[in-house]
Design a protein. Structure first.
Length: 369
């Protein structure tokens, strides 16, 4: 064998060895986002089935109102179903009073795997600061109100059993806009979840049902959702006195709940007060009672463009209760006194945990109005 042939064989051996090393390194390299476009991070093809199911559950919930509306309109296109649909409309409009009387909870429905996948999408947790004796009613004020206004259900659903273990004897009811119960089919889904109307009548009926009864109100409403920006905590609270008055009238202790990370699950288009976008959104809110924030999150197949929320940590801290003495006709001085105590406790929660759960904040807690 001449020298040239030996050199050729050696080169081929080194080439094969180098190729094997590269393949070996490639086999153990962890999955990373695939950047096909400089601005889009696509998810890798190999993702565990459990995470796929979690994404699917959240995607369905995000468009559930649209899906149920389309289903109802599709059924309306079938004349043979009109008698049933008319009867259903009469039932939900004039007969069924469940949203105002504690709901119509279905235990088997709440235990479906769909809701488990939905809740597990987030790395969410609950932190308790004080015991709540079940010898009185409670009003939980939930802050902040994020963009879609529905993801407080994450803590409500995921930690329902944890909550029951932490606060035995307390029966929580999550409340939402009364208008949601006028939407065919969607109303039946949230009723089965145990969600009720946030109307004054509904609050009163629940709190009067006995010791341990509790309602959870997302206080800031649609106005606060317009201020929901990542890294911020701008709360619409100073003019929100209705939930405090209800608590005083029923002798229900007030419990502030601050959900760290709630505003970080979406990116919202800048809409500072005074801009055209903000003016249009406020006008829409005044007409319809809810608003349409312009936002984006992630998609089913990518990490930074879409309408699904980001997978970010949510920690709901349940603060110390504020004892309230019952009074059927509280004056404004008493209401504002209780409100000051409530805001002080909410501020204490923020200052205590902001360095632990809000490290990426861009500014401090702000009570805007």
């Amino acid at each position: 064998m001449d020298v040239g042939q030996k050199l050729s064989n050696a080169s081929r051996t080194l080439s094969n060895s180098s190729l094997k090393d590269k393949l070996s390194k490639l086999a153990v390299t962890p999955l990373r986002p695939i950047k096909i476009h400089s601005n889009i991070e696509f998810a890798p093809a190999r993702i565990p089935r459990k995470r796929r199911m979690q994404m699917l559950a959240v995607a369905i919930w995000s468009v559930l109102i649209a899906l149920t509306t389309v289903l109802f309109l599709f059924l309306c296109s079938m004349p043979s179903l009109w008698p049933f649909l008319v009867a259903y409309q009469i039932w939900i409009t004039w007969i069924d009073q469940s949203p105002e009387h504690g709901g119509r909870t279905s235990q088997w429905f709440r235990e479906l795997a769909f809701w488990r996948y939905f809740a597990d999408y987030y790395p969410a947790s609950l932190k308790k600061e004080a015991d709540l004796p079940p010898d009185r009613p409670y009003v939980f004020g939930y802050h902040p109100h994020e963009l879609q206004g529905g993801f407080s259900i994450v803590c409500y659903r995921r930690h329902l059993r944890v909550f029951s273990a932490a606060f035995p004897g307390i029966k929580p009811h999550l409340l939402t806009l009364a208008s949601n119960f006028h939407m065919p089919f969607y109303r039946d889904i949230i009723l089965a979840m145990g969600i009720c109307s946030v109307s004054k009548r509904s609050c009163s009926n629940i709190l009067k049902s006995g010791p341990g009864s509790a309602i959870t109100i997302v206080v800031g409403g649609a106005a606060e959702s317009l201020s929901a920006q990542p890294g911020t905590a701008d709360l619409t609270l100073r003019k929100r006195l209705g939930f405090i008055k209800v608590a005083i009238q029923h002798g229900a202790d007030l419990v502030p709940v601050f959900s760290f990370g709630e505003n970080d699950i979406y990116e919202q288009m800048p809409n500072q007060p005074g801009t055209t976008i903000h003016s249009l959104q406020k006008r829409f809110q005044s007409v319809f009672g809810f608003t349409l924030p312009l936002f984006h999150g992630r998609g089913l197949l990518n990490y930074n463009i879409g309408l699904m929320p980001y997978r970010r940590q949510i920690v709901a801290v349940i603060g110390n209760p504020i004892h309230v003495k019952q009074c059927d006709m509280p004056d404004i001085e008493e209401i504002t006194r209780i409100q000051r105590m409530y805001i002080e406790e909410l501020t204490r929660i923020w200052n205590t945990y902001k360095d632990q759960f809000a490290k990426s904040r861009t500014r401090e807690l702000n009570i805007v109005e």
